[in-house]
Design a binder for this molecule. Sequence first.
Ligand code: ADP
Length: 166
Amino acid sequence: MRLAVYPGSFDPITLGHIDIIKRASKIADKIIVAVLSNSRKSPLFSVDERIDMIKNSIKDIENISVDVFDGLLVDFMKKVGAEIIVRGLRAVSDYEYEIQLAQTNRELNNNIDTIFFTTNVKYSYLSSSIVKEVAMHGGSLDKFVNLYVKNMLIKKCNSLKGLKEL
Ligand code: ADP
């Protein structure tokens, strides 16, 4: 079975991520979307919230599951028995970091290969950070995330604003 892992922070999952998941699901037998829990970035959403949003976004695709990992990705890959990593490439700015990551993972385990999906042009500008910025300032989120994620973002921003006002 061709098992692939799509790792990331998914804070939150965007339409760009969903596009990559859908395309990757056609070339692998099964995809595990793996949420990084020990990111150095301080996430807006908890791991459980991020998993919930991913599950809700991919419920129509059969061969996808969601899991969480901390520590090294190669250790998680070994645990689940996967040798393919899926990543997305948006612009040249992604390239340097992504190539470093792919080569490091291959040095750590030379059975592992990374497959890159070039972004859908529609989403080439889109990142979770930009989406959070727009949400914090009350901008329209419809072109960036699905309805479920949009509502989660609005709820989260409102609760953070409420905390600030206390
Ligand atoms: P990380 O913190 O590991 O970069 P992200 O959740 O930001 O995690 O992204 C996970 C993967 O999805 C990365 O390979 C990233 O380049 C890719 N990605 C993010 N946004 C898009 C997009 N709009 N189009 C295509 N790929 C994307």
